[in-house]
Design a protein around this ligand. Structure first.
Ligand SMILES: [Zn+2]
Ligand SMILES: [Zn+2]
Length: 347
């Protein structure tokens, strides 16, 4: 077994603290890589607090993981020692269901293996994430990174990046479309970058007028303050797509009114409570309310390659792992531009 240093939550009430555990030995199809940087996702905080469902403890969060390969199994073909490697939200899936066969492992019908707070495909061994010094992952779920990229700023692409890239690609958002990005946080800032890169006319919808300057710096063409009734009125019937990254409660009916006929409101954020949707909000203008969850391995690789070719990375703030609690406190207040990334050398 491989002795592994980590930061873990022992239960849903204790703060993260140093913890040591054992990862499996490198199997014939496994890649082991030492972790250089790990992004801090809002879902890390939700999961250690049991906000969504009872978690598996001790819990080592982290699913925006980049590093360098230190060992490969005898049947591994795509990686060698010294290569860059990355892992996102998934470390395995059943590989045989109809969704896995369509490269949609994130929707595996038999339950994909989440990178942490999940179980391996034996459905009993817990998985532990990237707030640790090394990780062992089956080759098919390890992503390639190009040498020369800014590794720390690439880490958030593994969750925030693919979560916004995948729906924009699925609905073929691009030239001639008006895209609204709802919320300007970790997900929202990536959605703006991708929307602009794909050629869409991008508007940021935010409750905070203070974010206008930042939105424009990220490339957004327009900004609407959603607490200003005049601005909301002027934005009615104007968007082909709304990419909704907000994970707090909000009024879907109001946002649906901003869509044009045949417009699509796509949810990627996860508010804590179910929302009330009036059927009239949808049928007036034949509108759709949709959702999208992360992305499959093939598409995640495509996204990483696209970002490398087009110089797209996340805007980050690097932290020492000892400051993770402060980072969580600030993240809860929306006080981060736009992703914390842990320098794992500080572990
Ligand atoms: Zn995430
Ligand atoms: Zn499957």
């Amino acid at each position: 077994m491989i002795e592994t240093k980590a930061y873990a939550a022992q239960n849903e009430t204790t703060p993260l603290a140093p913890w040591t555990f054992e990862r499996r030995e490198v199997g014939p199809h496994d890649v082991q890589f030492d972790i250089l940087y790990c992004g801090v996702c809002h879902s890390d905080l939700h999961q250690i607090k049991n906000d969504w469902f009872p978690g598996i403890f001790p819990m080592v969060p982290g699913h925006e993981i980049v590093g360098r390969v230190v060992k490969v199994g005898e049947h591994v073909k795509g990686f060698k020692v010294g290569d860059l490697a990355a892992t996102g939200c998934l470390v395995d899936s059943c590989r045989v269901c109809e969704n896995c066969k369509r490269d949609l492992e994130q929707y595996c019908l038999n339950g994909s293996s989440q990178t942490y707070n999940g179980l391996e495909q034996d459905h009993k061994t817990p998985t532990y994430g990237g707030y640790s010094n090394t990780i062992v992952v089956t080759e098919d779920f390890v992503l390639h990174l190009k040498e020369g990229v800014d590794l720390a700023a690439v880490a958030p692409l593994l969750c925030a990046g693919i979560t916004t890239y995948s729906p924009l690609r699925h609905w073929k958002v691009g030239k001639g479309h008006k895209l609204a990005v709802l919320g300007l946080g970790g997900l929202g800032h990536m959605a703006v970058k991708f929307g602009v890169a794909f050629g869409a006319d991008v508007t940021v919808l935010s409750t905070s007028p203070k974010k206008e300057e930042d939105a424009k710096k990220l490339g957004a063409h327009h900004f609407v303050v959603t607490t200003d009734p005049e601005q909301v009125k002027a934005a009615k019937n104007s968007f082909d797509f709304i990419l909704d990254t907000v994970s707090a409660e909000h009024d879907f009916n109001m946002y649906l009114s901003l869509l044009r006929t045949d417009g699509v409101h796509i949810c990627v954020g996860v508010p804590p409570k179910p929302a009330e949707i009036a059927a009239f909000s949808l049928l007036g203008g034949r509108k759709s309310l949709a959702g999208s969850g992360i992305g499959g391995i093939k598409e995640t690789q495509e996204m990483l390659d696209y970002c490398a070719e087009n110089n797209i990375v996340s805007d980050i703030e690097m932290i020492d792992i000892k400051d993770i609690q402060t980072a969580y406190d600030r993240m809860e207040k929306g006080d981060v531009r736009y992703r914390f990334v842990i320098d794992m050398a500080t572990l």
